[in-house]
Design a protein around this ligand. Structure first.
Ligand SMILES: [Zn+2]
Length: 303
C-alpha cells in the first residue's frame, strides 16, 4: 500500500493509491509549518501500516539531486534533506516530487497530455509555476528548477508601451519584474490596484470582467497580455503539444481561453487546436502525480 501526500503551506492532504493508480483524497490536516517534530508526526500518523512507502508532492523547491528542500511557506523544512530525514524518522521508503512537476506528470501520463511528446504543465494560482515532461519523463534540470518559468525579471510593465501606470513588482524570489509577481492571482490583484486604485480579489476582478465592467476588463487585458507574452517565449523554446493548467485561475474557462488565444497569436508554430487548457488533474494533480512518481521510484512496491 502506498500513501500519497500533497503537502502545501496550509494543508497536508493524503490518500491511498488504488490498484488502478488513482489516488483520492481521504483526509487533510493543517500543515505544521514551524516545527519539524510536529511535521514528522503529522505525516507519520497518516502513513498507513509500518514500513509501507509514502510519496509526497511538495509545494516548493525540491532538488532531487541533493535531496534538499526549500519551501517558503513551511519554514521547518528549510534546508533539510527532507527525503532522507523523513525516511529515517518514519522508518519507511519516501519519494518526493515538486507539486508542479507532480501535476505535469499526472497530465502527461493520464491526463490531457497522454500520448503527447512534450507537455508543459502550468500552475496559475497564488504563484506561477510549471513542470516539463518529455516523452513521459519528467525533466528536473539543474538544481531541480526546470519548468520554473515564473521567475526571472522579464516583465515589461508597460507591455511594450501598450499600457502605462502599473508598477514593476518585487517578487518573493528577490528579483523585480518576475512573471510570478504579475501572472498569478495575486499579480492580477496588484495590477488592478495599480490601474484602478481598488483592492479586489482575483475572483472579484474576473467577475467584473465577465459583466463587461470596464476596469475589470482592462485589468484582465493587461494581465493576459503580460502572461501570454512570457508564455510565447516558453512555447517557442519547448514546442509543447499541450499546456495543461491548474491553480485557482484555471477554474475560469473564459480566462484560459483568452490566454490561449493571445499566446497562440504570438508563437511561431501554428496551433490549430487550443494549446493552453485546463488540466484533467487541475484539482488533484499533486496526489495523482505523487502516485505515478511512487510507481516509478519506489521499486517493487504494490498498491
Ligand atoms: Zn521571482
Amino acid at each position: 500500500m502506498i500513501t500519497c501526500f500533497d503537502i502545501g503551506g496550509s494543508f497536508i492532504r493524503h490518500g491511498e493509491m488504488q490498484l488502478d493508480g488513482t489516488v483520492a483524497e481521504t483526509a487533510r490536516v493543517e500543515t505544521p509549518r514551524d516545527n519539524w517534530t510536529d511535521f514528522i508526526h503529522a505525516v507519520g500518523q497518516s502513513s498507513g501500516e509500518a514500513g509501507s512507502p509514502i510519496s509526497i508532492s511538495l509545494a516548493g523547491a525540491y532538488d532531487e539531486r541533493t535531496g534538499i528542500a526549500d519551501v517558503a511557506n513551511i519554514p521547518c523544512l528549510h534546508g533539510r534533506y527532507v527525503q532522507r530525514e523523513l525516511s529515517d524518522a518514519l522508518n519507511r521508503p519516501v519519494a518526493i516530487i515538486n507539486d508542479a512537476n507532480a501535476f505535469a506528470l499526472a497530465e502527461a501520463v493520464d491526463g490531457v497530455g497522454n500520448g503527447k511528446p512534450v507537455v508543459f504543465g502550468v500552475i496559475l494560482g497564488s504563484g506561477v509555476g510549471g513542470g516539463l515532461v518529455i516523452n513521459g519523463d519528467l525533466v528536473n534540470g539543474f538544481g531541480g528548477m526546470a519548468g520554473e518559468w515564473g521567475h526571472g525579471p522579464i516583465v515589461d510593465p508597460t507591455a511594450g508601451g501598450k499600457f502605462s501606470g502599473i508598477e514593476h513588482y518585487a517578487c518573493g524570489c528577490g528579483q523585480v519584474g518576475c512573471v510570478d509577481a504579475t501572472g498569478s492571482a495575486r499579480g492580477m490583484e496588484r495590477i488592478h490596484a495599480s490601474l484602478h486604485g481598488k483592492t479586489l480579489s482575483s475572483k472579484e476582478i474576473t467577475s467584473a470582467w465577465h459583466r463587461n465592467d470596464p476596469s475589470g476588463t482592462e485589468t484582465v487585458e493587461v494581465f493576459t497580455t503580460l502572461l501570454s507574452r512570457a508564455l510565447s517565449v516558453l512555447v517557442n523554446t519547448l514546442g509543447p503539444d499541450v499546456i495543461p493548467v491548474s491553480g485557482g485561475l484555471s477554474n475560469d474557462t473564459k480566462l484560459l481561453e483568452l490566454i490561449d488565444k493571445k499566446t497562440r497569436a504570438l508563437v511561431l508554430a501554428h496551433y490549430s487546436a487550443p494549446l493552453v487548457v485546463r488540466g484533467q488533474f487541475a484539482e488533484n494533480g499533486g496526489l495523482h502525480g505523487a502516485g505515478i512518481f511512487a510507481r516509478r521510484n519506489l521499486g517493487n512496491v504494490h498498491s
